[in-house]
Design a protein around this ligand. Sequence first.
Ligand SMILES: [Zn+2]
Length: 381
Amino acid sequence: MMCAMAQRVKRAFTYRFYPTPEQAEQLARTFGCVRLVYNKALEERSRAYALHGRGVSYGESSAMLAAWKRTQELAFLGEVSSVPLQQALRHLQAAFTNFFAKRAAYPRFKSRKRSRLSAEYTRSAFTWRDGRLTLAKTGTPLRIVWSRPLPEGAEPSTVTVSRNAAGRWFVSILCEDTVRPLDPVEGVVGIDAGIASLLVLSRPIPGVTDAVGKVANPRHERADRVRLARAQRALARKEKGSSNRAKAKVRVARVHARITDRRRDHLHKLTTSIVRENQVIAIEDLTVRNLVRNRRLARAVSDASWRQVRTMLEYKAAWYGRELVVVDRWFPSSKLCSACGAVAAAMPLEVREWVCAACGATHDRDVNAAKNILAAGLAER
Ligand SMILES: [Zn+2]
């Protein structure tokens, strides 16, 4: 008998909000200070690293920040909440930890143009009362569009405010939430990224895939692409430095943001259904996938989307008591007959369906690959 243990997990809930002019002004100033502190601390750390080959601790950075605030030219740092500035130092600390552990490249400066504008507030820097969120130094509660409710009794622990290139404001609220494992199911599934479809499953799931197991690209995707191409063409026609060009730029950013949002929503729905319906889920590791796939192929699933799918499957499987197996060993998934194990001689990309010479089974190329990934995953457990 399996015991369904509820677990406490941290979940982020993101909403749009509409700042008052005062809030917008204060937050924009905070973003600027966050960037400045991050860059200055990075400069100091780089100097210490270059001169003495040593790291700088978070405590030392924090003392530097206190000293900067006491100088005349940086006194304005004291006009924004100190917490987002401290958090910037913590993020830098984490970036260096990853660098020294060889998990990441050397930290880079935050540029005015390329970097995401954001500020992170921990518990001491906001109040949460009667469903109203007020950030330090902003005075009034944020006007949040509650597109979905926070979980019952949720206690926000961290709040991140950001503004994207399209000028939209978002607040991401990290909460403790209780998730309960789902009842065990019999289903097992292998997942591959298809060529003409978004994902290919080793078996069909009603309401998720078509009759053979393919998940089509969402219908809105094509229209969004057309819209993006149109916005980009309009931008290219605008004169450099003109206000019309700035407007066209915002329009392009807006379409981009919309595509990203819609894709993420779609992937959330898909991964939740897959996790619900299956006890074991097998996927191929991205590095393995890249070994096999032809880079010139117009892939239905970009590496970024695939990484998102994997991350979502990982944490949802952990929440709901499912098992995710990542197959990291290479095998000829397209050429291998999932029915008898015979390996076909060649499999040019244009071959969408084939008949195994050894056993006579007819295979859809992509579904067959997904079945092989499932078999490899089950063998690897
Ligand atoms: Zn066969």
